[in-house]
Design a protein. Structure first.
Ligand code: 8OZ
Length: 366
């Protein structure tokens, strides 16, 4: 039988995931939708949006800033005060009522921001004062990035504390775990890579020094959650957000070796150019990282039914995360299982706005 036929794949079978038994191996990837309320409180429609998608074995929330400083786009939600916790509680309760599981993605954007999005109009912070190429999405529209301010060494404990406190808020909000967003050219990724980290203190220079922030953040989060409820997302070969490293294969091999000391639940890799091609120039074989990692491996980027079924048959992934397909197909699991047609994505309603393109995509059977 070909992999695209309707034969049963174990993608649709229950699987143990640390302390949790997931109903299948299909993950809803983290997806920024920019619909939060004033105060960076999750949208009143977010419980319904996520509830509609609760048949995913696991949902990972949209990236969620750990502090006002961690924000880099208009209308993204936060997890740094009790009003935000209350908003997220409505989401976690809706998912748990449906028997689903949901992790929160912890996010600090670093230099991918703009004074218009920062407290008191301050400069965004970064490992080094290097301006990214591109534009920030503010409430007034797209504006060019600025040169960020390099963090002082004595500010770094405060950044780690932001992650720890946000992790406690995530626990209070009823999440099942957290994912550390260390991908896509945001703060942690900016520290990892030699193109964005030109520091001369103990957080820059050598591989060991550039990886230090990620490891210290991970250690802090584990004090709240335990390693068995924490995952990390990386994008080793993605150029997203003007990120660059001279030797990503060596860097990410070291990163994964070091992460192994914690016994984390999972590693979630964007296996190409984020939201784009799976094959990239100067890429490397990411199975090296999958084999190295002592935990569950979630693959992501450009998967369709056939690629996911084949990846499971060949043992290349443990779970598969789908992003855009989950935006337009709330019942994606059922549609993949039955190999039915999929709804088309409306790209005009991806970011911002309300119910349209958010909670109104049709189900096969309501
Ligand atoms: C698309 C638009 C805004 C943010 C990421 C959090 O790249 C994002 C993001 C993606 O990880």
């Amino acid at each position: 039988m070909s992999s695209s036929s309707k034969q049963t794949s174990d993608l649709f079978q229950p699987v143990q995931f640390g302390p949790y038994k997931l109903s299948n191996r299909i993950v809803m990837a983290p997806l920024t939708r920019s619909r939060a309320q004033k105060g960076d409180i999750p949208s009143l429609l977010a419980p319904e949006y996520y509830r509609q998608r609760a048949t995913a074995g696991l949902i990972i929330t949209e990236a969620t800033q750990i502090s006002p400083q961690g924000k880099g786009y208009a209308f993204t939600p936060g997890i740094y005060n009790s009003a935000q916790v209350d908003g997220w509680k409505s989401v976690t309760e809706a998912i748990h009522k449906e028997g689903g599981r949901i992790f929160l993605q912890l996010w600090h954007v670093g230099r991918i921001s703009h004074p218009a999005l920062q407290p008191n109009g301050e400069l965004p912070v970064a490992p080094s004062a290097i301006k990214p190429v591109g534009n920030a999405f503010t409430e007034e529209g797209f504006v060019p990035f600025v040169t960020p301010r390099a963090l002082e060494t004595n500010e770094i404990p405060g950044i780690i504390e932001q992650y720890r406190v946000a992790s406690q808020y995530a626990l209070d909000a009823g999440f099942d775990g957290v994912e550390i967003h260390a991908a896509n050219g945001y703060l942690i990724d900016q520290f990892l890579r030699d193109g964005t980290n030109h520091r001369t203190d103990t957080y820059g220079g050598s591989l060991e020094n550039r990886t230090k922030l990620l490891l210290e953040v991970t250690a802090a989060i584990i004090t709240i959650w335990g390693a068995e409820r924490v995952g990390v997302r990386l994008s080793p070969i993605s150029p997203a957000n003007d990120i660059l490293d001279s030797d990503p294969a060596t860097l990410f091999t070291y990163v994964v070796e070091q992460l192994n000391q914690f016994g984390l639940l999972y590693l979630h890799l964007i296996e190409g150019d984020t939201g784009g091609a799976r094959q990239v120039e100067n890429g490397f074989d990411l199975q090296i990282l999958r084999r190295l990692f002592n935990g569950i491996y979630i693959g992501n980027n450009g998967y369709d039914r056939e690629l996911a079924v084949t990846a499971r048959q060949q043992g290349l992934v443990d779970l598969v995360a789908f992003g855009r397909l989950f935006i337009s197909n709330p019942d994606l699991v059922e549609r993949l299982q039955r190999a039915t047609p999929l709804n088309k994505l409306d790209t005009d309603t991806l970011y911002g706005g309300g119910a349209k393109g958010y909670i109104d995509y049709p189900f096969l059977i309501k």
